[in-house]
Design a binder for this molecule. Structure first.
Ligand code: UT7
Length: 352
């Protein structure tokens, strides 16, 4: 059975830096509050109408392709993770394929919709395709454009200050050598689906709960579409988050799923060379670090610069760590994420 090796990494973040200070002018918040509660100092926002999720994904992908030393037509399959796609449909995978000009081979493209865990879920999917022998070279991308869908008034401050835009990419290839992706563990619990969600626009029509609560005030059969007047009037087209609840679950599930991966591989936290956690909140990462007994130099955090970029956060952080010389052959790299769904996941990689 082949193993899965990461042969190229890349990331792209927009040039436009938005500081906490700038946000103080839009809503009732403060640089101090944001830094103390989340660790975030600044984030990046796309230049509207000029770039977006699939184009940022393509920029990160081009770097990963070049570093892997392959031609874009060598790619057998695309996995694209995002919660902020360019279109409701089709997915960003095909849009990025077009942007990259991968046209000769007409390869498949799959969008993954597991939010914060999207990159780890995508890694697991790609790893299974490679191990089964179905594909040899897969492009995996995580990208987000949060800035287009946030509430910039005080009502949305708990969510809005956290999120940023960006993209990260990896080329995964089959190898006969020992190592690479050792294990991936994936979980979800849909009981908490609405605790961190962007419910509208959607096709639900309110049937998961109170019709009125979800923005459908018109029982008139076909009167409401994906977007109702009530949603527009009441500002119901934004993400919503029960922050404390998410936090409480995250600090339990992160260590649990990391331990599950380590147990399966017959390893312990002491064996981890570098943990690259999803950048949800610096306090969550620090909690996980303490729980696992890891030193500062064993954990890569960059939420200070980019905020929470959801599916892009792990590939951006992993690429940065690799560029900084923190990821070397023989190292045990652990990826882990928790977020909307709820979903949570981990991966262990023996770097090659
Ligand atoms: O990607 C994965 C998904 N997301 C997460 O992992 C997020 C997990 N949760 C969190 O990171 C934290 O819960 C938050 C950063 C969202 C919030 O921090 P917290 O320490 O849990 O604050 P809180 O929700 O308990 O709110 C404390 C106070 C409230 O005011 P009162 O009721 O005490 O007067 C909030 O209204 O802080 C207020 N607040 C703000 N104040 C200034 C909430 N957001 C802001 C803000 N600026 N941006």
């Amino acid at each position: 059975m082949p193993n899965t090796k990461i042969t190229g990494l890349g990331y792209y973040v927009p040039e436009n830096v938005v500081t906490n200070k700038e946000m103080e002018g839009w809503m009732d918040t403060s640089d101090q509050w944001i830094q103390e509660r989340t660790g975030i100092k600044e984030r990046r926002y796309v230049t509207r109408h000029e770039e977006g999720t699939s184009s940022m994904g393509a920029k990160a992908a081009r770097i990963a392709i070049e570093r892997a030393g392959i031609d874009k037509e060598d790619i057998d399959f695309i996995v694209f993770a995002t919660l902020s796609p360019d279109y409701f449909f089709p997915g960003c995978g095909v849009l990025m394929q077009r942007e990259l000009g991968i046209t000769k081979t007409e390869i498949g493209a799959l969008d993954v919709r597991t939010q914060c865990t999207g990159f780890v879920y995508g890694l697991s999917v790609a790893d299974q395709f490679i191990k089964s022998g179905m594909y040899k070279t897969i492009l995996l991308v995580g990208a987000e454009t949060h800035s287009m869908g946030l509430d910039y008034t005080t009502a949305g401050r708990d969510v809005t200050v956290i999120f940023g835009d960006g993209a990260g990419a990896a080329i995964l290839q089959a190898t006969e050598e020992e190592g690479g992706v050792l294990t991936t563990k994936l979980h979800s619990n849909g009981t908490f689906a609405e605790e961190l969600a962007m419910i509208n626009p959607g096709s639900h029509g309110g049937y998961h709960g109170d019709v009125e609560k979800y923005g459908y005030n018109d029982s008139a059969k076909y009167g409401d579409t994906f977007i109702s007047q009530k949603m527009l009037d009441d500002g119901m087209l934004y993400p919503q988050m029960h922050g404390q609840l998410v936090f409480k679950h995250a600090v339990v599930k992160f260590p649990e799923v990391i331990k599950e991966s380590l147990d399966e591989a017959g390893l312990t936290a002491e064996d981890i060379s570098l943990l690259v956690p999803h950048q949800a909140n610096l306090r969550i990462s620090q909690f996980v670090q303490r729980r696992l007994g890891l030193r500062d130099d064993q954990v890569w955090n960059n939420i200070q610069k980019y905020g929470n970029t959801t599916a892009a956060s792990i590939p951006i952080a992993l690429t940065e760590a690799w560029e900084a010389g923190k990821v070397n052959p023989g190292d045990l790299v652990c990826l882990a994420a928790f977020g909307s769904g709820f979903t949570w996941a981990s991966a262990l990689i023996r770097w090659m």
